[in-house]
Design a protein around this ligand. Structure first.
Ligand code: ADQ
Length: 483
């Protein structure tokens, strides 16, 4: 029977070693949830890196690790510390990530990390080849593995391969600066279906294929001698039900069931009933525009001083890629900005910014989403941005205002939010003022449309649409070959 093989840099489980025994805990991330409908039963396998390097893995535990992963339908690719450094922290996060998010000046073009990227992609491809039969369906995820489709295709010409990119695909003018641009495109073209979050990323990709490889492109099909490749957009959704139900359950909690964070938030709301909480949640990443947002907040308070002692910005930043120098510099910049703004503006009864630098348990995330009046998300570039969708899903009484950057992929589907340009402080300040004063009925009208859309196009539908499109494409391909 044909199986489905999912492949991503990290597996959807986390390994824990305690007292010489291994356990694998399922991750709660959006991708793992979305793939549940695809990755279930005995006919699917997820291949990826376990998160432990070879140096961190005691040899005598190898087989225990394999067994623990197998219980979750997972199989690991082994990576040394040198490979993780060159492939993940190197080429993936110092070359591709900044370039694809239009931070050309941060992008490093180093031949050594490119070589490691190629060899690690080959390792992932070999892990697939080791398990795949000719009629299997393979779904490759994200920018760390862009060469894998072609590497698998060479050895198994008949398998179905889908690729989904979770970050933006940049315009041709940016992409063409990459020394290995043709290799990356050829790697991706090993797929039968290539998916992006938005129509714009899809067009950018097709334009690079046409201009750099000179291939025939008709609408969203790319014609090779022996195959047709489909390129399409599949905007990723969230597990709407999970967020909405968690928020409903929170609303029914009595005092003794509330978290410490919730109690503190409630105390502040009670002491100043007309105060407003702004919420910003992101991984600590330069693409998310956190430093700009802090500067814009200061600008807003200077333009509208009547809100001093009334508004409070809660910034939640999740530690991320702290081995990469740009991320260390950004952390320092944000620490200093928060310190300076709080130092200059705080009063005895008011601290304008509450800053948390950590990952938070799901329960506290829901506390924040449900309590904050305004979600303020201003990425400079973002493939999609799921936080925007999660905030809306938790607003069970349909109040709350979402201010969202036009540069996030999710802005395409969230027109009812207040869209801003993250570089326009004047517009941001006026939009914050508008959000504070937006009548409840207007908030509810906007959110009710957004919620319906998010509920319908949830993450499960995203995964199923992609899989169905991949299976149809294989059929179309067979017809093309037999002409
Ligand atoms: P990310 O850049 O990680 O993902 P995003 O889409 O916002 O960005 O997802 C972040 C996830 O982490 C959300 O589900 C959120 O709930 C969670 N999270 C954020 N802060 C947290 C905290 N402090 N504690 C715990 N959890 C937290 C990449 C791309 C995005 C794209 C996704 C999915 O960069 O553009 O939307 O993949 O394709």
């Amino acid at each position: 029977m044909a199986k489905t093989i999912i492949i991503s840099n990290r597996l959807p489980v986390q390994l824990q070693i305690s007292n010489g025994t291994i356990s694998a805990i399922p991750s709660v991330g959006g991708l793992a949830t979305g793939m549940k409908s695809v990755h279930s039963g005995g006919d699917s396998l997820w291949i990826g890196w376990s998160g432990l390097t070879d140096e961190e893995t005691p040899e005598e535990l190898e087989s225990q690790i394999d067994d623990a992963l197998a219980e979750h339908g997972s199989s690991k690719v082994k990576l040394t510390q040198k490979e993780v450094d060159g492939f993940y922290y190197g080429f993936s996060n110092r070359t591709v990530w900044p370039l694809f998010h239009y931070f050309l000046e941060y992008s490093e073009f180093e031949w050594e990390s490119w070589e490691i990227y190629k060899s690690v992609n080959q390792k992932f491809a070999d892990a697939i080849l080791d398990k795949a039969d000719n009629d299997d369906v393979i779904w490759v995820h994200d920018y760390q593995l862009m060469l894998v489709p072609q590497m698998v295709r060479e050895k198994r010409p008949n398998v179905s391969i889908g690729f989904f990119l979770h970050i933006p695909f940049p315009s041709f003018e940016i992409f063409r600066t990459l020394p290995w641009r043709k290799e990356i495109l050829s790697g991706l073209l090993g797929s039968d279906l290539i998916g992006f979050h938005t129509y714009d990323y899809e067009r950018h990709f097709l334009s690079s294929v046409r201009r750099l490889l000179g291939l025939e492109v008709s609408f969203n099909d790319i014609y090779l001698d022996d195959r047709v490749i489909k390129v399409d957009s599949f905007p990723m959704g969230i597990d709407y039900k999970k967020f909405n139900e968690a928020a409903r359950e929170h609303a029914q909690r009595d005092e003794s069931q509330k978290s410490e964070l919730q109690k503190r938030l409630d105390t502040h709301k009670e002491s100043t009933p007309d105060a407003k909480f702004f919420l910003s949640i992101d991984r600590l990443d330069y693409t998310k525009g956190i430093a700009k947002r802090l500067n814009a907040f200061e600008y807003f308070l200077n333009k509208y001083p009547q809100y001093k002692e009334k508004v409070r910005l809660i910034i939640l930043a999740v530690p991320s890629r702290s081995n990469v120098p740009q991320y260390q510099l950004l952390k320092k910049e944000i620490d200093e900005l928060v310190g300076r703004i709080n130092g200059e503006l705080s009063t005895v009864s008011w601290t304008p910014i509450w800053y948390f630098y950590r990952s938070m348990p799901f329960d506290n995330l829901i506390d924040l989403y449900t309590t904050c009046d305004i979600a303020w998300l201003t990425p400079i570039r973002d493939g999609m941005n799921l936080v925007a969708k999660e905030y809306i899903a938790t607003r069970t009484d349909k109040t709350g205002v979402l201010i969202l950057s036009e540069m996030a992929g999710s802005a395409n589907e969230m027109n009812e939010s207040l869209l801003i340009n993250p570089n326009n402080f004047e517009q941001i300040a006026d939009t914050l003022d508008r959000a504070i004063n937006m009548p409840k009925e207007e908030q509810q009208q906007r959110n009710s449309v957004l919620q319906k859309r998010l509920e319908r196009y949830n993450v499960e539908k995203w995964a199923n649409d992609f899989m169905n499109s991949l299976l149809n494409q294989k059929e179309k391909d067979r017809t093309y070959i037999s002409r």
